[in-house]
Design a protein around this ligand. Sequence first.
Ligand SMILES: [Zn+2]
Length: 455
Amino acid sequence: MARPTTTRRTRFAAVGGALLAASTLAVGALGAGPAAASPAAASPAAASLAGEATAGHGATHPRADHVVLIALDGLDIDYLDGAAMPHLKALANHGGISESTGVMTSITNPSWSSIATGAWPASHGNAAYWYDPVGGVAVGQQRDLAVPTIAQAVRDQGGTVLSSQWFIVQNHGVAFGDAAGLYTQPGGDCARRADDVIAVLEGRPVVSAGVPVQMQGIPDLMAVYCDKLDALGHADGQDAPGMPAAIAEVDAQIGRIVQATKDAGIFGRTAFVVTGDHGMETFTQGLRDELLAAISATGYQPEMLNPGQAPQPGTDAVIVVGGVGSLHLVGDAAGDPDAAAIIEAAVAAMPGISEVYDEAEQSAMHMSAKYGELVIEPVEGWSLGAAPSDGVSGVHGTSRTARTALVLAGAGVRPHEVASSPRHVDIAPTVAALLGIDAPSGAEGRVLSEVFATP
Ligand SMILES: [Zn+2]
């Protein structure tokens, strides 16, 4: 949609004092909901992914001086069951926890891209596990971003940002060695990444690309990224024996960061956003051979490619698997709608397949146009690739794992208020609204203003 004309705000620079009255929430922004007429209403998850939105652009008065974003890769919403994550739940007592809908495919980089930009994958262009017909090779994950991030929005409007390993904004608002928009990549466990945020809160320098950097004051936006839950989930599945301890360890870091904001005297002026990129499912079975056989039986020659691989001569259908399978017609079959329809019918009839999304259905879910004619989704427990070598592994990428937890809490957020059907694309506009700045210019989500405290 067209970006509304706005005056560049000076909320951070505090030039001239008064904040301009803002045309904040577009009329209808709160009316966002599932598009009942969507052709992608094949599954409930797909239906929610196809929800319509009106972007809530526009600066308003700041509700928080600082926002802390805690980005937890592979945060399945089931991990919050029972007594798990007490620090997160204590934090949420200052706000609320809700289930948030992500994007398709529910893979790490496209998902964080939508969180960082407020834009759908169709707009930000970050896709994962697809076939590039120009380069002639399968592609895994990459950092393409066609629209600005929340980190860029903060910087462009005079603010400062720290990202401890939230890699998706690297060189999109933060960079190594930039004291006003600092990116650090300490590696290690979640505690080590939290250390950088805590150091900055304590006014100490942090090491960025090997060089100590002293930030001036406490940044407006501080992000920290942990991928411990994702790594363990992939290795051993959602119910990995080590998962309770990993969840407790990640939760302890949330507690440390919250405490550090109290020690720094900014807790009451800081909003907290804790979310994941996608969930996790356990799988024990592989459909690879059956899938290839079903397509071969139609007379078209399929081939499964790993990132970096090129198809053999004579291949008609390339499949690149990343949770789902992106099927691209190539060679003599390229662009042939009959071939797509025949293969779709054959694959959809297979046991173990839950959905086959054609291009219209992908478009309704705001998926990147980089995916192929068909996107194939297996049922839970199955991979489109091979069975796991050790019997049990974890996977994500389907519409089922396009959901995670979202906690909004702290300054500007009304206690015990829960966001209404939040989505990844709503997070960047909401963070911007909390800080009183314009949303990133490509944002398509809405401000989750129902959780805001009355000014
Ligand atoms: Zn993952």
